[in-house]
Design a protein around this ligand. Structure first.
Ligand code: CO8
Length: 258
C-alpha cells in the first residue's frame, strides 16, 4: 500500500491516510487501500478497534482528489460515487469501534469519511466542511445523507449549500464531533476512548453499532423490535453471564467475545 499506513498496537489498528503533499486527498487508489485495510481487519481477531487519522500536522483528509474528479464523466462520476458510498458504508457497519481522530482539515470526502466513523474526536486545529458546491458538485460519499441524519436537514443544508468550513469548537457545539482536545493530545484521547470501549463486552458493542445504524433506517417500532432481538441474542452469550456475575462478585468482567 502506498497511500495509507497501518500499525497494530495492543488491539488498536491505527490507519493513517498518508499523502501529505496533497493534504491526504483521496484518489481512487487510496480509497481502495482504505477498503483493503477494513476488509482485512473485519475478521482479524487481533484487531479490536480502529483509529483513522491523517499524516502530517495540517490535514485529516482535504477531500477527494480534485485532479481525478476533474476527469469524471457522468458515467464514471456516478460509479466513483457509488464505490465510495459502498466503502464508507462498510466502515459504518464495521462490527468493532471506528474512531476518527481529526487532526486538521476534514473537507469534502474527508468529512464524509469522518462521518462514516462511529465516533469523531477533533483536534482544536481541525476545520470541517463540505465545500463541494464551490467546485460545482455535491458531496458524493454519503455526506448529504449522513450530515442530514446527524444534524437535521436545516443545519446540513446550511453547511452543504454555503460550503463553509467550521472550526472544532463549533463542530462540537452542533454535534458534528463528539469531543475536541488540544492537538498534541488527539491520538491519546482517541486511544483512551477506544480502550474504554474495548474493555466492554465486544458482542454488546457489535450489537449496539448494529442497533443504532440499522435502527436509524427503520420506523421506531421496528427499531425497537431489532433492539429486543439483539438483546435476546446477547442473553445467550457467555459474555452476558460473565458481565452480570462479575458485577455481583464486585470484580471487573473478563469478556471473551463468546
Ligand atoms: N485534491 C487534490 N489536491 C489537493 C486537495 C484536493 N482535495 N486539497 C489540497 N490539495 C493540494 C493543493 O493543490 C496543493 O498542491 P500544490 O502544493 O501542488 O499546489 C497542496 O495540496 C497544498 O494545498 P494548498 O496549497 O491549497 O494549502 P492551503 O493551506 O493554502 O489550503 C485547503 C488548504 C483550504 C484545504 C485547500 O487546499 C483546499 O481548499 N483544498 C480543497 C478542499 C476541497 O475542496 N475539498 C473537496 C473536494 S471534492 C470532494 O471531496 C468530493 C467527495 C465526493 C466524491 C464523489 C466521487 C465522484
Amino acid at each position: 500500500m502506498q497511500n495509507v499506513r497501518t500499525e497494530l498496537r495492543d488491539g488498536i489498528l491505527f490507519l493513517t491516510i498518508d499523502r501529505p503533499k496533497v493534504l491526504n486527498a483521496l484518489n481512487a487508489a487510496t480509497v481502495e487501500e482504505i477498503f483493503h485495510v477494513f476488509s482485512t481487519a473485519h475478521d482479524d481477531v487481533t484487531v479490536k478497534a480502529v483509529i483513522v487519522t491523517g499524516a502530517g500536522e495540517k490535514a485529516f483528509v482535504a477531500g477527494a482528489d480534485i485532479n481525478e474528479l476533474a476527469q469524471k464523466t457522468p458515467v464514471t462520476g456516478k460509479e466513483t460515487s457509488e464505490r465510495g458510498q459502498f466503502i464508507l458504508a462498510f466502515i459504518e457497519k464495521f462490527p468493532k469501534p471506528v474512531i476518527a481522530a481529526i487532526n486538521g482539515f476534514a473537507l469534502g470526502g474527508g468529512c464524509e469519511l469522518a462521518l462514516a466513523c462511529h465516533i469523531r474526536i477533533a483536534s482544536d486545529k481541525a476545520q470541517i466542511g463540505l465545500p463541494e458546491v464551490t467546485l460545482g458538485i455535491i458531496p458524493g460519499y454519503g455526506g448529504t445523507q449522513r450530515m442530514a441524519r446527524l444534524l437535521g436537514s436545516a443545519k446540513a443544508l446550511e453547511l452543504i449549500c454555503t460550503g463553509d468550513r467550521i472550526g472544532a469548537a463549533e463542530a462540537e457545539r452542533i454535534g458534528l464531533v463528539n469531543k475536541v482536545v488540544p492537538a498534541d493530545q488527539l491520538v491519546a484521547a482517541a486511544e483512551e476512548m477506544a480502550r474504554k470501549i474495548m474493555s466492554r463486552g465486544p458482542l454488546a458493542i457489535r450489537a449496539a453499532i448494529e442497533a443504532v445504524n440499522r435502527g436509524s433506517e427503520m420506523p421506531i417500532r421496528e427499531g425497537e423490535f431489532l433492539e429486543a432481538t439483539l438483546f435476546g441474542l446477547l442473553c445467550a452469550s457467555e459474555d452476558t453471564k460473565e458481565g452480570m456475575k462479575a458485577f455481583l462478585e464486585k470484580r471487573p468482567a473478563n469478556f471473551k467475545g463468546k
